[in-house]
Write a protein that binds this ligand. Structure first.
Ligand code: HEC
Ligand code: HEC
Ligand code: HEC
Ligand code: HEC
Ligand code: HEC
Ligand code: HEC
Ligand code: HEC
Ligand code: HEC
Ligand code: HEC
Ligand code: HEC
Length: 493
């Protein structure tokens, strides 16, 4: 250690005659004081002036996104000047502000309230969420004039990849009534296949789609289609199936027609998809005369007014004179009596077993399918009056309501540029039963949606976050929603 050049005493000696130094004025010190005062007073004056007539843009921490460009200058749309203190500071309010500032640096609560004024119904994700994130965690403002940045996986992971949060959510979910979940409204006529919520909800911890994302519930729980309509996909691709038109083999798109956006497929219809081969014949002598499809009572009326039906048929074939028509009708009824002895026998045949082609099947081999009564395709039960009741089929329109699939984006393989085969995702060619659910498994998607497959696999590629806005229309869950709102806005903390 170096020895000091001078002792303390020697240093003190230096100021001996100068102890009143700080009491005396000195031009430099006066100048310093004046500058400091001016800086503070000027600053305060500046703030007051700005409050009165300044351009607020000056304070802005960055440009507002194009989504909100129309009111970018109107800071008060999102920032509530009185929000932090509002009508007085309470201890809880103070604590929450301090907590927020420490956690995130900014008080989001007041801003969230503002967001919600314009974007109603945007709080709900799931009712068992333990602590909702602020809007601004996922949708960040002041980052530039472009559209807001898409929501990052990290935001979903903050809950979904956090075992503590998920465990707490599972427990909270157990306290809530089942009706609080599955709030996905859809048009009344749309049939959605909704799996029951598992006992622990959808709270499995996951970090990425390609990694530990759960297998789709339909596949995981080996769901069955409860529909009673009989249909065997594999049978319809056998070699003996006739072409639907000249030169056109039966293919998926003959029956499955995309909706106008190409997003989903429309419901099957008998007239458009089955009738060409399974026409509802009852009289082998008049194969062009068909039973109307779709309403059991209409069918009965048709069968009980056969003379009138034959009459219309004759006129449609160009018989104009009444006499000719009557002769034709009488002839047909007589011939039909040879096939069926009573009206009841005819009805039973139509509903259950009659195959008018069967006797000639060898010659007429498989040009058309053979009609064997409604019961070929339907579940038909004889009821008390020896007539039939038919269980209406229920064809499902949507299978995976928790994701937002789009067929239009899956027309070609992005790597080979070849047309994407339906069977790559749907195992239709090996399905014998209606009860088979022909839905893809996660592995069918991971081939592409993974870092290896090079197609985006962000959570928001396939999922949304908010409950759909139609929620506003149905008020069944108003109570539950109120609770979420409170939770988000922190008033129950
Ligand atoms: C569309 C809503 C919106 C508008 C309009 C808006 N802001 Fe912001 N502002 C936010 C949000 C959200 C935050 C929170 C942090 C973030 O996302 O950057 C924020 C944060 C800020 C911050 C920093 C954080 C803090 O302590 O509060 C300042 C400063 C700010 N805004 C100023 C302005 C000014 C000045 C204007 C008007 C020119 C303005 N903002 C207009 C949404 C908005
Ligand atoms: C004064 C009303 C108003 C306020 C306040 C407001 N927004 Fe908006 N927001 C709009 C309008 C209008 C649009 C434009 C919709 C569009 O782009 O089609 C929009 C668009 C958006 C979009 C994009 C929608 C899309 O379709 O891509 C998001 C996300 C969004 N706002 C989030 C927020 C957040 C978060 C806040 C609070 C910081 C907020 N908004 C505050 C009116 C508002
Ligand atoms: C955990 C993240 C997260 C939070 C928190 C969040 N959002 Fe969103 N928000 C999303 C995602 C994801 C989308 C869908 C974006 C997409 O499909 O590109 C979305 C979409 C939107 C849209 C576009 C229209 C729509 O309904 O799809 C608006 C507006 C919006 N959010 C507003 C809000 C408001 C207001 C809040 C706060 C009450 C909020 N968001 C909180 C993730 C979030
Ligand atoms: C604040 C916590 C939280 C955040 C952030 C969050 N989630 Fe969730 N999410 C949950 C909880 C809790 C459940 C479980 C619901 C249940 O048990 O039924 C869930 C369930 C889901 C489900 C399945 C249930 C359904 O009906 O759709 C999907 C899909 C989902 N989240 C996607 C997302 C995506 C995408 C994001 C990011 C944009 C996200 N989540 C962000 C808490 C969160
Ligand atoms: C002759 C008409 C017909 C043809 C051709 C056909 N389907 Fe179907 N498909 C149906 C009917 C009827 C249903 C509804 C009954 C059922 O669930 O099996 C259905 C249902 C489906 C479903 C919904 C899921 C399900 O389990 O119900 C998928 C997916 C499907 N078919 C895929 C295909 C694919 C892929 C092809 C081509 C290889 C194909 N179908 C060819 C008639 C057809
Ligand atoms: C990349 C995988 C994939 C391919 C390829 C694919 N699908 Fe699908 N398909 C799905 C998924 C996922 C669903 C479930 C969508 C839903 O209902 O939410 C679905 C649903 C369906 C349904 C049920 C109704 C509906 O729209 O939801 C039919 C029918 C269907 N697909 C037919 C076809 C046909 C026909 C082809 C070929 C032209 C085809 N799919 C190609 C994945 C695929
Ligand atoms: C291209 C012609 C064609 C079309 C279109 C067609 N089928 Fe078939 N179908 C046949 C043939 C051929 C058979 C075999 C008949 C036989 O073995 O006697 C058959 C057999 C059946 C069977 C008996 C299956 C079995 O396993 O033995 C049912 C049920 C059936 N079809 C339902 C339907 C339904 C429902 C539709 C419309 C969604 C339909 N078919 C469309 C030609 C067709
Ligand atoms: C080749 C198979 C096939 C035969 C045979 C058949 N149906 Fe159907 N039926 C269907 C299909 C496919 C649907 C569902 C699509 C539709 O409604 O067009 C259906 C639907 C129905 C429905 C429900 C309509 C609705 O609006 O929901 C009734 C009722 C019905 N059929 C009655 C009959 C009666 C009665 C017969 C006998 C005269 C018959 N079907 C013969 C295939 C068949
Ligand atoms: C390539 C599309 C895709 C991606 C990417 C994806 N998911 Fe999914 N996810 C699905 C499909 C499809 C389902 C099944 C939906 C259904 O059954 O209705 C599902 C189901 C879920 C479920 C319900 C799980 C259960 O137990 O049944 C949760 C939670 C979920 N996803 C969260 C996420 C999160 C978080 C991410 C981001 C890390 C993500 N998903 C990425 C397609 C995807
Ligand atoms: C052959 C490759 C391939 C397979 C297999 C595949 N996808 Fe995709 N998927 C794509 C491509 C390419 C896109 C378009 C990405 C883009 O727009 O950047 C896409 C986009 C999507 C989107 C976004 C649709 C939209 O509206 O933008 C969803 C959701 C999706 N896929 C779900 C699935 C699911 C679920 C499966 C499994 C059943 C699946 N994909 C299988 C290639 C594939």
């Amino acid at each position: 250690m170096a020895t000091p050049g001078r002792t303390q005493k020697q240093i003190a000696e230096r100021y001996k005659g100068n102890l009143g130094y700080y009491k005396r004025k000195h031009p430099w010190r006066v100048a310093r004081w004046c500058v400091s005062f001016l800086a503070i007073a000027g600053g305060v004056a500046g703030i007051i002036l700005f409050q009165k007539r300044g351009n607020e843009e000056f304070f802005s921490s960055g440009k507002i996104s194009s989504n909100h460009a129309t009111f970018a200058q109107d800071c008060a749309k999102c920032h509530d000047k009185g929000a932090v203190l509002g009508d007085g500071m309470t201890l809880t309010k103070f604590k929450s502000v301090v907590k927020d500032r420490f956690h995130r640096g900014i008080d989001f609560t007041a801003i969230d309230l503002k967001c919600e004024q314009c974007h109603k119904q945007h709080t709900l994700h799931e009712p068992n969420v333990v602590e909702n994130s602020s809007c601004s965690v996922c949708h960040q403002e002041h980052l530039g004039a472009a559209r807001m940045k898409p929501v990052a996986d990290l935001q979903c992971a903050s809950c979904h990849n956090n075992s503590g949060v998920m465990e707490a959510s599972a427990q909270k979910g157990a306290q809530l009534p089942p009706a609080a979940f599955h709030l996905r409204p859809h048009p009344a006529q749309q049939v959605v296949f909704e799996m029951p919520r598992p006992p622990r909800g959808y709270t499995q911890v996951l970090s990425s789609f390609a990694g530990d994302h759960p297998e789709f519930q339909l596949v995981r729980e080996k769901a069955r289609d409860p529909d009673v309509l009989r249909f065997n996909h594999q049978r319809h691709f056998a070699t003996d199936i006739p072409p639907v038109e000249k030169g056109r083999k039966l293919d998926c798109n003959y029956c499955h027609k995309a909706d106008p956006e190409g997003r989903f497929y429309q419901r099957i219809s008998f007239e458009a998809n089955c009738q060409a081969c399974h026409a509802l014949l009852f009289d082998k002598n008049n194969p062009q005369l068909h039973i109307p499809h779709g309403d059991v009572n209409l069918v009965r009326t048709f069968l009980r007014t056969l003379p009138a039906q034959y009459g219309d048929y004759a006129r449609s074939k160009g018989k104009t004179r009444d006499g000719d028509v009557q002769i034709f009708v009488a002839e047909q009824i007589r011939k039909l009596r040879e096939q069926f002895h009573t009206g009841e026998e005819l009805e039973r045949a139509v509903f259950f077993e009659k195959d008018p082609y069967r006797p000639q099947r060898q010659e007429a081999a498989a040009t058309k399918a053979n009609y064997t009564g409604c019961a070929l395709c339907h579940d038909v039960k004889p009821d008390r009056i020896a007539t039939a009741t038919l269980t209406k089929p229920v064809l499902v329109d949507r299978w995976m309501p928790q994701a937002k699939f789009n067929h239009a984006k899956h027309q070609v393989d992005p790597i080979t540029s070849e047309k994407l085969d339906c069977n790559r995702c749907h195992r239709a060619l090996v399905s014998h039963e209606t009860s088979d659910v022909l839905m893809p498994a996660r592995a069918d998607c991971v081939t592409c949606h993974s870092p290896k497959g090079k197609v985006v696999s962000e959570c928001i590629t396939c999922h949304g976050y908010h409950a759909p806005t139609q929620m506003a229309a149905t008020d069944v869950h108003a109570d539950a929603r109120g609770a979420f709102k409170q939770m988000l806005l922190g008033s129950n903390r």
